[in-house]
Design a protein around this ligand. Structure first.
Ligand SMILES: Nc1ncnc2c1ncn2[C@@H]1O[C@H](COP(=O)(O)OP(=O)(O)O)[C@@H](O)[C@H]1O
Ligand SMILES: [Mg+2]
Length: 264
């Protein structure tokens, strides 16, 4: 069964389509890097998979049924989550806040729900963070807790929206390795968006590039080429491979190097 299937999907805000007549299938158990310039529609695609944004045309099937809100088969770490950085909550409470369907409440959890919180903390290697205040943790440690939270209830599809933003290269590597390990051990499908391909190289099975309404899904070798990316970026793109890094260039400008802000 495909984990995700899009059939002629068009999504617009106002008159401009963000995704235009996209059809594709992602098989269960794949680790897919979702790439493309700012505004390409990476977050919109995830919200459509979650049933939070409705396509104006086409159909989205998630884990064998039509995309709908509240699909317990999906775990999600949204792109913007700076609120967590100011909280005096302990790590355990941050993770637990999502069970029970309530985010920042103080739920009284059943024994099974508490066990699930302990389990996901163990899965992401964050048991030692359970009793530490979230505001004292590094960006990488907080990211680990948010991924743990997304694993409550054992989802079959994990959506991680730009989890590398504001992490330094070492923490980026550890988050990518964590996602790869979750995929391997739990056999779940992972969609992981990023604006730079390099941290994902060697970990992902496939990449899904979005740009100008179009999508290209396939292996890095198939998709990360001058002709494919030229179509998606709408400007001539050259792809350079130097040792184990890939540089996506427009003229002499590297288009995938965002302005990174590192906060450890
Ligand atoms: N709720 C919304 N209302 C109007 N426009 C939106 C909304 N969400 C996203 N957009 C627009 O859709 C485009 C794609 O955004 P987004 O999915 O956030 O891109 P990405 O995640 O790839 O950076 C952008 O032009 C953005 O401004
Ligand atoms: Mg986004």
């Amino acid at each position: 069964m495909a984990a995700l299937s899009l059939t002629h999907v068009t999504i617009s805000f106002g008159s401009r389509p963000v995704l235009s007549d996209i059809s594709m299938q992602i098989e269960a158990g794949q680790f897919v890097g979702v790439l493309g310039p700012n505004g390409a529609g990476k977050s919109t695609l995830m919200q459509a998979i979650l049933g939070l944004v409705r396509p104006e045309a086409g159909a989205i099937q998630v884990l064998g049924r039509a995309a709908t809100r509240g699909n317990a088969g999906i775990g999600y770490v949204p792109q913007s989550r700076s609120a967590a950085t100011r909280l005096r909550l302990r790590g355990w409470d941050l993770v637990a806040g999502a069970s029970n369907g309530r985010r920042w409440g103080l739920p009284i959890l059943s024994r099974a729900a508490r066990r699930d919180v302990d389990r996901v903390l163990d899965t992401v290697g964050a048991t030692d963070l359970a009793h530490r205040p979230v505001c004292e943790l590094s960006g990488g440690q907080r990211q680990r807790l948010l991924i743990a939270q997304a694993l409550l209830g054992r989802p079959r599809l994990l959506l991680l929206d730009e989890p590398l933003i504001s992490l330094d290269p070492q923490h980026q590597r550890s988050v990518v390795e964590l996602a790869a390990r979750i995929r391997r051990e739990a056999g779940i499908t992972v969609l992981f968006s990023a604006h730079d391909l390099n941290p994902l190289l060697g970990a992902v099975d496939q990449v899904l590039y979005l740009g100008r309404g179009h999508a290209a899904l396939g292996t890095v070798a198939d998709v990360v080429t001058g002709p494919v990316l030229t179509r998606l970026y709408g400007v001539p793109i050259e792809v350079l491979r130097i040792e184990d890094r890939i540089f996506v260039l427009s003229g002499r400008i590297e288009v995938e190097r965002g302005a990174h802000v590192h906060d450890a």
